[in-house]
Design a protein around this ligand. Sequence first.
Ligand code: NIG
Ligand code: FE
Length: 415
Amino acid sequence: MEKQKLIGPFKQLIPMTELNLKGPISDEQLTIVKDAGIIIQNGKINNIGNFNTLKAEATNIEIQELKGNHTCLPGLIDAHTHICFGGSRANDYAMRNAGRSYLEIANAGGGIWDTVIQTRKLNQEELIKRTAKLAKRHLKNGVTTIEVKSGYGLSVDEELKMLRAIKAANENVSADLIATCLAAHMLPKDFEGDQAAYLKEISEELFPILKAEKLTNRIDAFIEESAFSAAQIAPYFEKATAMGFDITVHADQFSTSGSQVAIAINAISADHLEASTTKEINALAQSNVIATALPGASIGLGCAFTPARRILDAGGALAIASDHNPGSAPMGDLLTQATILATFEKLTNAEVLAGITFRAAAALNLKDRGQLTKGFNADFIGFHTDNYQEILYNQGNFKPCMVWKNGELVFDKHQ
Ligand code: NIG
Ligand code: FE
């Protein structure tokens, strides 16, 4: 048994416990532990309480005493990113803002396929380095768990290269990287055959290797006119489900149908949902599927936001993720994006924090994080303030000064 460690005091600690997974949350429902201390052991939370009381009671304990005012939140969870990629799509961005259409940009050599070409040019080592660099940036911003998708390889070998790179990057950074296979991102331009043939090849040849090498337990697909239809994806998801994979879906980004597929297959999450109408919102709210809003894609593309308020009011579970990718969401700042979504969609502080902590954990089917409570991972972050409201009030321009992962201080701005 490792020696226990007491960390604090935190003027305010928001454990994000005793809150519903689904539906609206008012700020009054948030528990605020004042002058709090956290006792950790073996990377897990052992106890939370008044710092001075815990200190007085403790024997044979290491104490990390903080100076000044700090507020503590659970480590943030970004449940949807594409941070494993080569190249840049700065030219797409410039063209989009100059008024060019998606088709024009794709015809000019931009779009997802451009990133596929750039990603294929990198060897695994280069891809590991780039992924780790972006993951470290997220970690400094308080994100202790980061989902990372493949989907810029688009062949059995190139998808394997990506997923092996994500696995290796996970070893190199303190944040946990949760890999997802997005081989169904689009039909690769160099594949000789149709969508059905491509998906068949991926499911028959790639899925067993993902299991054998433990590269991922999650399968994603982009359901959209430019990618795959609901009918094309159904057998692919059925095969994945039969093999025990969790399913997540890029759904209702520009047109609806993806969220219905997600509900029918009992997916863990349906992400994007910018185009969802009342019908999709209600169906999602009645299901167990987590609705993940991606404000970074709305900001990157200049499109409408996911109807987050309506999803919550209908009784849905709302996570918020960055979608950090080189094309539609180049910013990659979860806290900034979540707080901007809140101003446009009228989300409470509690709903935003839920969306990037325990509801995001649910979107990844992770049951050991997202809340500060006994037995959970000791993943938490400190901000220089005595009032948690300051965090979102500063609209992302106020970052954590300290980040702990599994009880270890992995970032300290004071040093
Ligand atoms: O989540 N929508 C599809 N996939 C990504 C975009 C990827 C890209 O443009 O490179 C997304 O927005
Ligand atoms: Fe995405």
